[in-house]
Ligand binder design. Structure first.
Ligand code: BDR
Ligand code: CA
Length: 313
């Protein structure tokens, strides 16, 4: 049976690529898109999610969620990575569809209560909506099947600071709440997502297989490729956000390290995700932390094939 998911997102170019992958996959049923600030302000995130749904002919709820971090001032945004519009400045016509009136957190809680034990939360932006949903419904961990996220850097360096990845750094206090909850959490961080550069022929192939979705991804990725290719000799980009979705379709693509996990909130190490593998420490401070599974290895060739095959349907 297809995985019922709620996709929490901040579109974003790799978010768009991941959302189309989810829509295309026969193994995934997207119940709704919940949006959050991150790559762009939350109003733009929500508008972009509506636009992607309209392009895809998907009449599903889209909600607007938290617009600021749990603690501290409004963040800066990643327009330098994703463009002024979040889609690489392609001037794509915005949808005129309406948002679902609920907040993202309320929608998550409502759906979890409606389908107890059936929904996987897939979070590919900062974790404010999930943290707020945990505050609204403390039983949430028992009401959902599990949580898979793109975020963090367990055993590799960060992409915003030496220790922090963008989604976690953007809302470290929210991430701390989400990592401490008693649910089955699988993290797809830079350990795996930065390990798979996609070259331009991948974008050509996606477009050839699926002119509508692949064409959008290729066009919007030109700006994204410019960003990622600044300090390299080749032209590449990284589709971070599709990895937790690829995992749902084919878990055998990944290897994991299980361990007690913590998110730092102190200013210097803000957003650092540290994983103490099982048996590696006797410190009570670490043993009391929830255990998560951090993806540490991915099969590049089979992952690429899964993306292309899924876009071909
Ligand atoms: C993450 O940050 C955002 O720029 C991407 O959409 C992805 O979710 C990668 O660090
Ligand atoms: Ca994202």
């Amino acid at each position: 049976m297809a995985h019922k998911i709620i996709l929490d997102t901040d579109p974003g170019i790799d978010d768009a690529m991941a959302i189309f992958f989810a829509f295309q996959s026969p193994d995934i049923e997207v119940l709704g898109l919940t949006t959050v600030f991150g790559n762009v302000p939350v109003t733009m995130s929500a508008q972009n999610a509506l636009t992607l749904c309209e392009l895809a002919g998907q009449d599903i709820p889209v909600t607007k969620g938290v617009g600021m971090p749990w603690v501290g001032p409004e963040s800066g945004y990643a327009h330098f990575v994703h463009g002024e519009d979040g889609f690489g400045n392609i001037d794509f016509p915005p949808s005129k569809r309406e948002l679902d009136p609920r907040s993202s957190a309320q929608y998550i809680v409502d759906m979890a209560r409606k389908h107890p034990g059936e929904i996987t939360l897939v979070a590919i932006g900062p974790l404010g909506n999930l943290a707020l949903a945990l505050r609204l419904e403390p039983e949430l961990p028992d009401l959902v099947k599990g949580v898979v996220i793109m975020g963090g850097a367990a055993f590799v360096k960060g992409n915003v600071t030496p220790v922090a990845e963008a989604n976690i750094w953007n809302d470290a206090h929210a991430a701390e709440i989400v990592f401490a909850a008693s649910w089955d959490l699988k993290m797809f961080g830079l350990d795996v997502t930065n390990d798979v550069p996609f070259t331009l022929d991948f974008l050509d192939e996606l477009e050839a297989k699926n002119p509508k979705f692949g064409g959008f991804v290729k066009k919007s990725s030109q700006f994204y490729v410019d960003f990622y290719s600044q300090d390299r000799d080749d032209r590449v980009c990284f589709f971070h956000d599709a990895m937790p979705l690829a995992y749902l379709v084919d878990p055998s693509l990944f290897e994991f390290t299980r361990g007690h996990a913590r998110v730092s909130t102190d200013p210097l190490n803000r957003g650092q995700t540290t994983v103490a593998p099982e048996g590696s420490t006797a410190s009570p401070l670490w043993l009391e932390a929830q255990q998560i599974d951090a993806a540490t290895k991915v099969d590049h060739e089979r992952l690429r094939k899964l993306y292309v095959d899924t876009y071909s349907y």
